[in-house]
Design a protein around this ligand. Sequence first.
Ligand code: GLA
Length: 390
Amino acid sequence: MTTAPRAVARAAAGCRQATGCDPEVVVRAPGRVNLMGDHTDYAGGFVLPMAIDADTAIALVRRAAPVVKLRSEGVDALARISLAEADDAHSASGWASYVEGVLRRLLATGTPARGWQGWLASDVPIGANLSSSAALELAVAHAACAVADQHRDPADLAVRAMEAEHGWPGTQCGIMDQLVVASATAGHAALIDCRSLAVTPVALPEDLAVVVMDTGVRRELTDSAYNQRRDEVQHAAELLGVETLRDVAVDTPGLGALPEPLRRRARHITSENGRVHAFAHALADSDRSAMGRLMRASHRSLAEDYEVSVPELGIAVDAATAQPACVGARQTGGGFGGCIVALVERDGVGAAVRGMASAYADRTGRIPQVRVTRPVAGASVVDQADASVG
Ligand code: GLA
């Protein structure tokens, strides 16, 4: 069976085709899937995501003028960002605004202005809650640093990328996506303390496969619902007299006295933070029944207390958990559509993938994309030799 060339090879091929030369630099940044801890990052809490084996890649050549030009596979418009403009200039729109935001935040915080022309390709699906935005941001950040021969820490790059997302496209995201995309360790999920930004790698049991099923549902207005949840969580923290809900234990008496829906929102955050730690222990102990219980509880809490679900996500989770080899499943990421994640016994994964896809299709009439993925390393510069391989 032949497989399509991966993003790194396609980006390099795009550069060669346009310039007749090999790229001078190739970078890649992965998407991510979150195993446990959703909507806790912006409350200063805990999350347990991993980087997946689907990359966004940029292949580039240096240019003398202080301008970045980036062409994306399958998109007509060119992102063209002048590095000579003010640090807070907003000249780009659409996907190019992510590029502009990252470049401007890096320039403002000490990366020298160096021009380049790049070709971008991506295997991270857009709008599926697998962090295509963070992958784009971190690929651009690595490209800009590589061209300037500058090393910046992964956490620093992640914070600049998050600031870019807040200030340019305007999504008020937390730090989870950028930090795991920037700093993940191969073979491991990342236990992240979203207040201190400490990242602790947690090994995944080798006999478990990570399966991601895309419901195919894409929601409009996701940003406004997301920002509304952020406001509710902040309001709940203020009523409880704390800086963030990270500081509130699940059994704090004041929680029950909060007005609805703040009571349920706060219950989700406080219980989800506890589940992240419990899930990290369950992975270390290979405790299948704890993993399944925690994933089920998290899914329910996101659907009922946090209200960021849609029926298709529930159907997908039911389809996965009905498979004999499935250890547990939950919706993942921001919600309102996109993907579920399931942990599946590796020796039964083929049958489980077929079974969950057909059960989901039977109930919804939609054919889902299902991928068996693995935890890969965070964003990096790619060896030229690897960039030629499909
Ligand atoms: C989106 C945001 C993240 C996080 C998740 C939900 O992916 O970008 O910061 O809040 O939703 O866990």
